[in-house]
Design a protein around this ligand. Structure first.
Ligand SMILES: [Zn+2]
Length: 247
């Protein structure tokens, strides 16, 4: 087993919009590659490659933030740099379906998608699509799809397990991965960066604050129990990870 962090763009974010504090912060947009003996998995797929030339496809939904996707940072380029082809990806697991977590999906035509039923449903809600909270053109592209409900053990061996962490969105999930070096959890947007969990700082953008608090507390407990957390948008932590991956 190996976990390889891929950075598929960045967001220059307004912290006020994110967590209600002043200032700006640079956020990495990760796609996490997991090599399992029975398949190659990606947890989230980063930014859509069209965003390299401008934010038009976001339909004005990111007024105070800007997306950065330089040449060579799109998903296919990142995969190739890590020694993989787009067709090597067997399974894509989504934390949730916001644009910065599923934009590269169209580059992976052979993958099977794994997503929580509640998230798939929410992401097609006419009002949320209209408001550009979700864009089905990012993820509803005719892939084989496995819509799951609740905890889901992807290979049936307890090594790659979807853990529902609703709150940020209706069907948000984290992914627990068992490496030889220990267990870790990819938090997705349940926790943007480390300091949010330390102070149980709530994000501003939230489908349900009570669920979000519960989910953050559950991840904090897992951390206290020895699970390493890899956060959704923590530049300092992301840059500290070895490019060749964790084993
Ligand atoms: Zn999100």
């Amino acid at each position: 087993m190996r976990l390889i962090p891929l950075e598929v763009g960045r967001i220059d974010a307004d912290l006020d919009e994110l967590i209600g504090s002043p200032g700006r912060r640079l956020l990495p947009v990760p796609a996490w590659l997991i090599e399992h003996p029975r398949g190659t998995v990606l947890f989230d797929t980063g930014l859509h490659r069209e965003l390299r030339t401008g934010p038009a496809r976001l339909k004005g939904s990111m007024r105070h933030n800007s997306v950065l996707l330089p040449e060579g940072a799109d998903l296919t380029a990142r995969l190739e740099a890590a020694g993989f082809r787009a067709s090597d990806i067997d399974i894509v697991i989504f934390s949730h379906l916001h644009f910065d977590h599923c934009g590269g999906t169209g580059e992976l035509p052979d993958a099977r998608l794994v997503v929580q039923a509640l998230e798939w449903e929410a992401a097609h809600h006419p009002r949320l699509v209209e408001a550009a909270v979700y864009n089905p053109e990012d993820f509803d592209l005719g892939h084989d799809r496995q819509v799951v409900e609740g905890r889901f053990d992807v290979f049936g061996d307890d090594r790659v397990v979807c853990i529902p962490t609703p709150g940020h969105t209706k069907g948000h999930q984290a992914l627990r991965v068992a490496l030889e070096s220990g267990r870790l959890v990819l938090t997705g947007d349940c926790v943007y960066f480390a300091s949010m969990l330390e102070h149980l700082r709530m994000p501003r953008l939230c489908y349900n604050a009570d669920l979000q608090r519960d989910s953050m507390q559950r991840l904090a407990q897992m951390q206290a129990g020895g699970c390493r957390l890899l956060f959704g948008h923590d530049l300092e932590q992301f840059e500290s990870l070895p490019a060749e991956g964790l084993r």
